[in-house]
Design a protein around this ligand. Structure first.
Ligand code: WT7
Length: 649
């Protein structure tokens, strides 16, 4: 599309109604909204019945101990059985569950029967090691099938997994293992990235060196890199090969914890978001079917890493509960060439693609000539997640990737919500580029003011969720008080999501980004305080402030302002050393794009750092109101620092 066509489309304020073909065959029609509005709990009851249960539930929702919800009270099920065995039992054992494509081009085709064998073996092997129900098993792995086997094996045993993104540093890994007090870690020698093996095991060794309670480290051999070995290490293949392929899953309570997933908050260390079984799987399955309009012949590819919630709910649990065929890809989009994703879509005939705006913007920057070299005609549905998608990127996605025929579902949700909450339905909703449109059936979202009062259409405020939903988080691991404080204390009984939002006059919802000090960098959540702590842990740094500045590709970019101790020498490499230090402390995703060494930080008279002003500086805007500043001259100093700072990477 030429620049001018794109401009025209954007200025026309176009909406894209469902095509007649889609509307005619969609899994969900407008009646779902009426049905859910008439009896919300009956609606979720019906969705839960699509899973295999042992004992039926006696009550759909118990909210008497709010905000600690129980869904499908007294019901029993096994999540792994629902994602694996039942598809084999219903005659789909030969259907492909996973098309795996390794970064070097190695492939594996895993049917549901294979998946049952692998998960059963892994479950037996973990049992033999001593893994029991309620255990927290940390998984730190590349995007390889064993990562999925490991998650499903834990689920099968009623043990929680805590998947830590493989891009996190040893320090970040340690704090998560410590918080969950994991006795077991599952990892790999490494994974392949951009044509070369990247190590993982050394980070596990470093992270667990002083954690005596870590009993076993199970290591998948993926890259054949040399690894250090102690007697608490055990090879996955030795352990799993020796295990029986028969495993009868036990049924657990609907509220049996399924996983912890650590995510950044405004203050303090990352929090372990706790999800449980029955409600979580119900909403993952419902939304997978409804939002992506999944059909049994679809080949579905969600590009998220299993280290994030999208990888949990929409690489593993939602699609596998539905018995879908998923693509699992180990590598990056640009290796060995910038058409790798499109090549994979052509190769596997992918029909549903779910990815993030930051990826779409990157591809747009690389140019449409690249995807145009491949046959993308198998695609019929596109999804977006992780941050607001700008209309330009939406239009590019629709036109260049979707050939103007695929609906785009922009799905708003969070680690805490467990599954999608606001999204178009492809057969029902007319889409507007950049908007997640409407809450899904059975989900009660409101936009509220400071007092927690629901606003009318046409107004803007905070995004809130007014009634409990099946896949809601059940708590923060080991910290009920923080759970209540963070989400439930602003307005009683109403969930505070942390996002700003506004209603258009017709009720369309526009998400406006975080209202707290959480940054969104390439769809990843990073808190300003975490990066600030990493900066001040560097020898010679006295104080640091961090903001997320608008960025064309990554949505937001991390910009740090650092005050040095008087005696610290400013070497030419200092800024780079600081950036590397943050990367080492947290992980490359948290590496600041820019750092400015300054003499002062703008503070209110009560001593609070005025991040708003720093953001103005970082985005090169005219400064906002500085009258509450203790010393307005400070901003002039910072500006000077800014002009001298280099914009690297
Ligand atoms: C935050 C949650 C949802 C899984 C991946 C991120 C932002 C997410 C959208 C969207 C606008 C979005 C919000 C939210 N966000 N999806 N479609 N439109 N904003 O999960 O790391 O828990 O981050 O991501 O700000 O609060 P997460």
């Amino acid at each position: 599309m030429s620049e001018s066509t794109l401009d025209n489309l954007l200025h026309e304020n176009r909406t894209f109604p469902p095509s007649p073909e889609f509307a005619a065959q969609a899994n969900v029609t407008a009646a779902a909204f009426d049905e859910a509005a008439a009896d919300r709990l009956a609606f979720w009851d019906k969705q839960a019945q699509l899973l295999d249960w042992g004992q039926p539930w006696t009550q759909t929702l118990d909210w008497s101990n709010a905000p600690f919800a129980k869904w499908f009270v007294d019901g029993t099920l096994n999540v792994s059985l629902n994602c694996v065995d039942r598809h084999v039992d219903s005659g789909n054992g030969d259907k492909v569950a996973i098309h795996f494509e390794g970064e070097p081009g190695d492939t594996r085709t895993i049917t549901y029967r294979d998946l049952q064998t692998e998960v059963s073996k892994a479950a037996n092997a973990l049992t033999e090691l001593g893994v029991t129900a309620d255990e927290r098993v940390t998984i730190y792995m590349p995007m390889i099938p064993e990562a999925v086997f490991a998650m499903l094996a834990c689920a099968r045993l009623g043990a929680m997994h805590s998947v830590v993104f493989g891009g996190f540093s040893a320090d970040a890994l340690r704090s998560r293992i410590e918080d969950a007090h994991s006795r077991f870690v599952i990892t790999a020698d490494g994974g392949f990235r951009r044509g070369a093996p990247a190590a993982l095991k050394p980070a596990v060794d470093e992270a667990t060196a002083e954690l005596d309670y870590v009993e076993k480290i199970v290591v998948v051999k993926r890259t054949n890199q040399e690894v250090e070995w102690t007697d608490r290490d055990v090879w996955w293949h030795e352990l799993v090969d020796a295990a029986s392929a028969e495993h009868t899953p036990e049924l657990f309570d609907a509220e049996q914890p399924l996983f912890l997933l650590y995510t950044s908050g405004t203050t303090g260390s990352p929090k372990g978001i706790k999800h449980t079984s029955g409600g979580y799987l119900t909403q993952c399955l419902y939304t997978f079917n409804a939002v992506f309009d999944y059909k049994p012949d679809d080949v579905y590819w969600c590009t998220a890493d299993i280290g994030w919630v999208t990888g949990h709910s929409y690489v593993v649990y939602g699609p596998l509960a539905a018995g879908a065929t998923v693509v699992l890809y180990e590598g990056t989009p640009d290796s060995p060439h910038k058409g790798r994703w499109w090549e994979l879509i052509e190769k596997y005939q992918v029909s549903i693609l779910y990815t993030a705006p930051t990826a779409i913007r990157t591809f747009a920057k690389w140019g449409r000539e690249i995807p145009e070299q491949f046959d993308l005609s198998s695609l019929r549905m596109l999804g977006s997640v992780g941050e607001p998608i700008n209309p330009e990127a939406w239009m590019w996605y629709r036109h260049v990737i979707g050939g103007d025929r695929c609906p785009i579902v922009d799905t708003w949700w969070q680690t805490e919500t467990g599954a999608a909450m606001i999204s178009p339905l492809p057969g029902v909703t007319a889409c507007k580029p950049g908007s997640a449109m409407r809450p899904l059936p059975g989900i009660n979202v409101e936009i509220v003011n400071d007092a927690g009062e629901a606003l009318e259409w046409g107004q803007g405020g905070y995004l809130a969720i007014a009634e409990p939903w099946p896949s809601m988080l059940r708590g923060i691991w080991g910290d009920d008080e923080r759970f209540i404080d963070t989400y439930w204390s602003r307005w009683p009984g109403i969930y505070f999501a942390g996002d700003g939002a506004k209603y258009e006059d017709d009720g369309t919802i526009w998400l406006l980004g975080r209202v707290d000090d959480v940054m969104n960098v390439s769809g990843h959540r990073i808190s300003t305080t975490e990066v600030e702590s990493a900066l001040v842990s560097y020898d010679g740094v006295a104080e640091a402030a961090v903001v997320g500045a608008d960025d064309e590709t990554s949505g937001q970019a991390i910009v740090g302002f650092v005050i040095l101790e008087g005696t610290t020498e400013v070497t030419p490499s200092l800024v780079d050393d600081l950036r590397t230090h943050v990367s080492h402390e947290i992980g490359p995703i948290a590496k600041p794009k820019r750092i400015m060494i300054v003499d002062e930080l703008p503070k209110t008279r009560s001593g609070k750092i005025m991040r708003r002003l720093l953001r103005d500086v970082a985005e090169n805007r005219t400064l906002g109101d500085t009258t509450t500043l203790a010393d307005p001259a400070v901003m002039a100093l910072i500006r000077t620092g800014m002009d001298e700072a280099s914009d690297e990477d």
